[in-house]
Design a protein around this ligand. Structure first.
Ligand SMILES: Nc1nc2c(c(=O)[nH]1)N[C@H]1C(S)=C(S)[C@@H](COP(=O)(O)OP(=O)(O)OC[C@H]3O[C@@H](n4cnc5c(=O)[nH]c(N)nc54)[C@H](O)[C@@H]3O)O[C@H]1N2
Ligand SMILES: Nc1nc2c(c(=O)[nH]1)N[C@H]1C(S)=C(S)[C@@H](COP(=O)(O)OP(=O)(O)OC[C@H]3O[C@@H](n4cnc5c(=O)[nH]c(N)nc54)[C@H](O)[C@@H]3O)O[C@H]1N2
Ligand code: SF4
Ligand SMILES: [Mo]
Length: 772
């Protein structure tokens, strides 16, 4: 029998089930990589309900990255111009705890900031919230979801009264009409794309509409591709709403019984006649009408969106303008229908549930809601008022806080901001000024390590146990099946240990991740994201489970005692844990177990009605002008994952996408005077990149595209974020990473020295040198 482990792919939010097999199996040769290192084999888990055995190239090659260039030991230095020296965990953790203590007493708790990511597991997120928001009393925990899902979160909260995608993946097989807006499903959520595509091919009456300024691999298979000008989504959605109303394709009974504020929308959409909308969006009136007709004539409309809507200075308004269409036509709470935000990262969903943004608290609670704060304080057995009433800093506000010298400790975990934040030169300059930065990552080097005073080695997926939650609210246990390299530790265990060193011994008396999840799950009891019926034991026994799944706060099974890391000096008896019954009041809503939300058409607002939003379009924060005549957009490629910490170390993927490039329309290339593979310098008001051009009709004239993946370690002057700006949505505070104004000039290819393998960048490497 093969001793395999069932787990989840740790890349994208599709959350495909994986099965990992050890390098050596009875009767077979040991599986090794090209360098001869034994590596685990990974294949799709046929039993996983979300993916049914399918995986894409990223999931299939994950094992090849796990052992390469890992950060193995804690490292420290006094200042950024010194080399790192290896230190013990005790020394590193004491330094972190002392620095937090000093900054708290001199500058106050709000000078302490933590920046995490959707690649942390729920247990990591939960312990970080308890430490930062509960024990330290500052809400300065933000995650890279601010750059990713924040607009979807605020859109859902404002329209439905709570966060949480209402749909499930079965809807992809059951819809009559799929609207994919600002999402390159084929490259970024490939297994969902395959599923939808299969349905689309089998039933030719099913319509597929793609709204994207680029003709992506997703748009290529659409029945209708609306290549709108970047930033004109609200015009388009209001234009469709205008036509649906004009044609009487609205569900008046649904609007009347289950929604509020329709009349406000009706006033606004009067201004969006087809001629105006077609002109603003840069599409034909005919295509606009076809889109509205598909929507109006279909019984089951499913919309799916991701960064093309979220990463915008009007991200929340874009999301809500799309949700409006569902509310007008009662396309929600039924199979094959609903507004489905596709999550980017493997556990951005779990992060939202655990309260992992600076305005949130665990269990879909809000910092600015006094009742929510009181519930969490009671549950954590803190003094009333211990949780601050002020929302914390967003990740970009942490950068500007560094500029103003208001940040005393910056603790970054599982994200690489020196590549992924907007306006990267400004970000780097601020990071350079940080008095004390802790960087907790699995790999070394990474670009952000250059700005750290302390490096903490994190155990990653496969080396620690914890849960991740995918876009369809499905919770999967990712068990530990390999040992972490060197002295790397689980993120939650590192946060808990610092908590104990700060004197919060009983708050962090966890023996293992199962206990952490159990406490978190109890705190969701009675909340919209109720997972109090889920535990590690149950996930192990029954496989992945979807929330809401309410349960009584059961006693801890004895088998949990044995598992995982043991809290040093803080071991407490299981009996004592059981005594600490949570003092939590179930909220008014008792969620029903269901694979879809809102099937009863009651929303989480006080009156149970969903809210229409009446927004006019405002357009781009930095529109093109004479000096900077092109709109640059940024995004992803099929094989690479974000800042390439893993995929840059996988040969097959590097062969697939060896170099960064600039996509440009033939008309623009001719105007600039460049041919395919020739080099250009792209300049914005903030910085420049040097890239070879890929001349293609897949992009609209006037729009350019750069992949976001290449940071300073992987190519020189190719960072998309050298060009982007931090202007953000006023509600979600999500920056407009999808559009900025640029100019393009041809350059001699000799000027542009570029390598595809890890660079020994002259400026970066001294900062990264290590003394062991
Ligand atoms: N291969 C791969 N897959 C990934 C990731 C990865 O790094 N690599 N990352 C994961 C993560 S964290 C995320 S957030 C998702 C992102 O998934 P997606 O959002 O699908 O990916 P992006 O390429 O960032 O952007 C999607 C599309 O938005 C379009 N767009 C730009 N501006 C506009 C606009 O104004 N309106 C509209 N309608 N569209 C616009 C772009 O042309 C682009 O094709 O992918 C996840 N999956
Ligand atoms: N221009 C532009 N910029 C963008 C975007 C865009 O579309 N355009 N997209 C934005 C979006 S949506 C996102 S999500 C961000 C992504 O940006 P980042 O979060 O910066 O990207 P990653 O490369 O995924 O970084 C994750 C880091 O976590 C480490 N890691 C992996 N597992 C673990 C673990 O278990 N523990 C710890 N401690 N570390 C771990 C990895 O080694 C890696 O360094 O980029 C944003 N920036
Ligand atoms: S689609 Fe996403 S979750 Fe599935 S294998 Fe690919 S990267 Fe992993
Ligand atoms: Mo993301």
């Amino acid at each position: 029998m093969i001793d395999s482990t069932k787990t989840l792919c740790p890349y994208c939010g599709v959350g495909c089930g994986l099965e990992a097999l050890p390098p050596a199996q009875a009767g077979k040769a040991t599986n090794r990589d090209k360098q001869g290192t034994p590596i685990w084999q990974v294949r799709g888990d046929r039993d996983h309900p979300s993916s049914q055995g399918m995986v894409c190239v990223k999931g299939a090659t994950i094992a090849e990255s796990l052992h390469k260039d890992r950060l193995q030991f804690p490292m420290m230095r006094e200042s950024l111009d010194e080399p790192f020296r290896r230190v013990s965990w005790d020394e590193a953790l004491d330094r972190v705890a002392n620095q937090i203590q000093t900054v708290r007493s001199t500058q106050g708790a709000d000078a302490v900031c933590m920046y995490g990511s959707g690649q942390l597991q729920t247990e990591d997120y939960y312990i970080a919230q308890k430490l930062i928001k509960g024990c330290l009393g500052t809400n300065n925990f933000d995650a890279n979801s601010r750059l990713c899902m924040s607009s979807a979160v605020s859109g859902y909260i404002q329209s439905f009264g709570a966060d949480g995608p209402p749909c499930c993946y079965d809807d992809l097989d059951e819809t009559d009409c799929a609207f994919i807006a600002g999402s390159n499903l084929a490259e970024c959520h490939p297994i969902l794309f395959n599923r939808l595509r299969k349905h689309h091919k089998q039933d030719r009456t099913v319509k597929l509409v793609v709204i994207d300024p680029r003709c992506t691999a997703t748009a290529e298979v659409a029945d209708l591709h609306l290549a709108i000008k970047p930033g004109t989504d609200i015009d388009l959605f209001n234009g469709i709403a205008h036509l649906l109303l004009k044609w009487g394709k609205v569900d008046a009974a649904f609007i009347d019984e289950h929604t509020a504020h329709f009349s406000d929308l009706a006033v606004v959409i009067q201004h969006y006649s087809p001629d105006i909308v077609a002109h603003r969006c840069g599409i034909s009136e005919e295509d606009l009408e076809t889109a509205a007709k598909y929507w109006g004539d279909s019984k089951r409309v499913l919309s799916m969106w991701s960064m093309g809507l979220n990463q915008s200075s009007e991200g929340t308004a874009k999301v809500r303008a799309l949700i409006n269409l569902h509310l007008m036509t009662a396309q929600i709470g039924r199979p094959g229908a609903g507004p489905f935000s596709l999550t980017g990262q493997p556990n951005a969903m779990g992060g939202r549930e655990a309260g992992g943004l600076s305005h949130l608290l665990p269990g879909y609670r809000l910092v600015n809601n006094p009742a929510h704060r009181a519930e969490v304080e009671q549950f954590w057995r803190l003094e009333p008022g211990a949780i601050s009433a002020t929302p914390g800093l967003t990740c970009w506000e942490m950068i500007t806080g560094l500029e103003r010298e208001e940040v005393g400790v910056l603790w970054v975990a599982a994200t690489n901001p020196a590549v992924s934040m907007p306006d990267i030169e400004r970000t780097k300059a601020a990071l350079k000024r940080s008095p004390f930065t802790v960087y907790q990552d699995a790999y070394y080097p990474t670009e952000t390590a250059a700005y750290a005073h302390v490096l903490l080695p994190a155990a990653q997926w496969s080396e620690k146990s914890g849960v991740m939650v995918n876009s369809e609210r499905r919770v999967t246990l990712c068990p530990k099946f390999r040992s972490p390299p060197g002295q790397a530790r689980a993120d939650w265990a590192i946060f808990a240990e610092v908590g104990r060193r700060l004197g919060f011994t009983k708050e962090f008396a966890f023996n293992n991740a199962a206990e952490v999840y159990r406490e978190f799950a109890q705190l969701t009891h009675g909340r919209p994201c109720d997972q109090s019926g889920i535990s590690h034991v149950r996930l192990r026994a029954e496989g992945p489970l979807q929330w809401p799944l309410s349960g009584k706060t059961e006693d801890m099974p004895s088998e949990l005692k044995a598992e995982g890391t043991r809290a040093k000096g803080a071991r407490i008896e299981v009996e004592k844990l059981q005594e600490k019954k949570p003092a939590i009041q179930p909220a008014a809503i008792t969620p029903q177990p269901s694979k879809r939300l809102y099937t009863d058409l009651r929303f989480h607002t006080p009156d149970g009605r969903a809210r229409f939003a009446a927004y006019h379009s405002r357009g781009l924060a930095e529109p093109p002008d004479e000096g900077y005549p092109y709109v640059l957009t940024t995004g992803r490629l099929y094989g690479h994952w974000h800042t390439m910490t893993r995929t840059g170390r996988i040969e097959k993927i590097m062969k697939m996408h060896p170099n960064p490039f600039l996509e440009i329309h033939p008309r623009d290339a001719a105007a600039i005077g460049v041919k395919n593979d020739e080099w250009v310098e792209v300049r914005s008001r903030r910085g420049f990149v040097r890239l070879p051009v890929l001349v293609t009709k897949a992009i609209a004239p006037g729009t350019l595209f750069v992949p976001m993946h290449w940071g300073a370690l992987w190519a020189s002057h190719a960072e998309a974020n050298a060009l982007t700006h931090p202007a953000c949505c006023p509600d979600s505070k999500q920056p407009e990473l999808k559009a900025c104004a640029v100019q393009v000039v041809p350059i001699d290819s000799k000027v542009a020295s570029q390598k595809s393998e890890l660079l020994s960048d002259d400026a970066l490497m001294p900062l990264l040198s290590i003394r062991i």
